[in-house]
Design a protein around this ligand. Structure first.
Ligand code: SF4
Length: 367
């Protein structure tokens, strides 16, 4: 077997490259899943699906994708939509900055590229939120250009296939793998080649217990041959999550309760939520949020009782959300863009992040 020396991608044998290309593409043609964004080569569909698929499973993405393109069938409709509608369509997928970037990107495409997703690396990389992987996926799948599209799945396949032991969390490793991808990509069928690699990473060369026996690259794979496939790829240790105790206020006034729009910066920006704040150390339970309500909204409330606790986990953060019920005593504010009194039946009209949807579901049970 030809063993690849890390970084020596220029000297890969042409036979090995050809074998990898033809085995992968033949396998893909016979075995790929039918997915809604693969039904045609619409670059807008490829873009939306690839962004949704980042850190989210295919089965979860399908209904979101269908709903999204039903609501926003092309770049122009998306560009003209209100951010609130876009966030609503994204609700539950998490990582809301991705939805905001897609929206901004659609506006850029309309303003600078006459509503057509650009066809060159230089232009497409100018679009907000389109990084090297998404650019590669759009250019190769939609426009048949021989460019690499290297994400975490593809890096796992490359690490095993070529027995690469560098940390895939490092930027320089990703760059090397992108070079490797651009050497390997089929000049004749780049769309099928890149999709085949993605499909292989999702279906066969999976994170644990890769299905080598069913793999079209069985004979070319150094990692399998050397018995180290299971130990690859090498990944950095996970960053420990910061735990935050959050106080969340359910403030009731007759049959309505109070919601606020989160700040336009930072975590879950511009999404709707119940008022919340990190609990201050040494402060009595339920008091930190009471002070925030007075300071931010000139609202006087009286604590009634603790309701329940819910957890929510982000990439680097864990929220322990303690929900308290408060009675409204005095309320001066009216700013419908930033806060609202709503009935429980109205929650569908607002974009709430998953963390707060968990709370609202519990509240629904209590009503
Ligand atoms: S042979 Fe096994 S380890 Fe190698 S690419 Fe295929 S599934 Fe992955």
């Amino acid at each position: 077997m030809d063993f690849y020396k890390y970084g020596d991608y220029e000297n890969l044998s042409s036979k090995l490259i050809k074998d990898i290309q033809s085995n992968l593409i033949d396998w893909y043609m016979k075995n790929h899943r039918k997915l809604p964004w693969r039904e045609n080569k619409n670059p807008y569909y490829i873009w939306i699906s690839e962004v949704m698929l980042q850190q989210t499973r295919v089965e979860t993405v399908i209904p979101y994708f269908l709903n999204f393109i039903n609501k926003f069938p092309d770049v122009k409709v998306l560009a003209n939509a209100h951010e609130e509608e876009v966030l609503k369509a994204w609700e539950g997928l998490g990582y809301y900055s991705r939805a905001k970037n897609i929206h901004r990107g659609a506006k850029m495409i309309c303003d600078e590229f006459l509503g057509v997703v650009p066809k060159t690396q230089n232009e497409i990389r100018k679009i907000t939120g389109i990084g090297p992987y998404t650019a590669g996926a759009i250019l190769s799948i939609a426009y048949d250009q021989a460019v690499s599209a290297v994400d975490g799945n593809v890096m796992r396949v490359f690490s095993r296939l070529f027995c690469i032991k560098e940390d895939i969390g490092e930027n320089k490793t990703r760059k090397e793998m992108e070079k490797l991808g651009s050497i390997l990509v089929s000049r004749e069928k780049p769309s099928f080649f890149n999709q085949a690699l993605m499909e292989l990473g999702a279906m066969i060369c999976i994170p644990k217990n890769p299905k080598c026996i069913a793999c079209p690259l069985f004979s070319q794979c150094s990692g399998r041959e050397l018995g180290v496939a299971d130990d690859l790829p090498v990944k950095k240790k996970k960053i420990t999550k910061r735990e935050v105790d959050l106080e969340v206020a359910l403030i009731c006034n007759t049959d309505k309760f109070f919601i606020v729009k989160r700040s336009s910066e930072g975590l879950l920006a511009n999404l709707w939520a119940l008022p919340s704040i990190e609990k201050e150390k040494n402060m009595e339970d339920g008091k930190s949020i009471l002070l925030k309500l007075k300071e931010n909204y000139e609202m006087i409330v009286e604590k009634e009782k603790f309701l329940f606790q819910k957890e929510h986990i982000f990439t680097h953060l864990k929220w322990n959300m303690n929900v308290y019920r408060y009675k409204l005593i005095k309320n001066n504010l009216v700013d419908k863009d930033k806060n609202q009194w709503i009935c429980i039946e109205d929650i569908e009209k607002y974009a709430f992040p998953t963390a707060f949807m968990k709370i609202l579901k519990e509240i629904k049970k209590l009503v």
